[in-house]
Design a protein around this ligand. Sequence first.
Ligand code: VGL
Ligand code: ZN
Length: 224
Amino acid sequence: MSFKPALLVIDIQHDFLPGGSLAVVNGDDIIPGVLELLDFNKYNWKSVVFSQDWHPRDHTSFASNHANVKPFEKVSFTSTKDPKVTSDETVWPDHCVQHSHGANFPDELIAAYKQIPVEKTIIQKGHLQDRDYYSAFNDIWDDDHTELGPFLKSQGITHVFVVGLAYDYCVKFTSASSAKLGFKTYVIKPLAKAIELDKLDQTDAYYRDHGVTIIESLDDDILK
Ligand code: VGL
Ligand code: ZN
């Protein structure tokens, strides 16, 4: 079987790191390990993707854009395309506003990205004002699709490895979409940190139920 692996680096942006507006606890701990994965003397990715949460200032996922709602509470959303589709979604502190410092990647990741010697792309998501996106492939209603799926298909990717922030949101939903699209999908758990630390068992079960393999490291039998 052919083996054309892609690495997806999800939302390692200042706002999700210590000091950021939606900081994931110990989020910065994963950066050295991610930089190691980007070392092409060690790993031979066919392609690499960075995703970037990229919201307009008036984005509906910000608690500040709803009356009397605090961050981390739930708000009921109705799909613009199909009013029968509703869901309760968490709203957040303002984060990853387009062109803000918080939306940017740390310098060492930008430097590593520039050195990547294979096909690479940055996928922005969260840009449509009226809906959230957790997956880097699509919005929560699977209505708007980013260029990520076509990019991976055009590269002939067979296997997808996912790392980044947050393990229980964007990494999780990106991994599930990847598996659904037919890529053999792995999440490298030590290189992903969660927002909700009390729900890790449920989060792991979600990965398994959606066809994603949780791994602790990239060992040789996977990389064959
Ligand atoms: C994320 C919450 C809101 C993530 C993005 O990248 O996991 N979480 N926006
Ligand atoms: Zn967001």
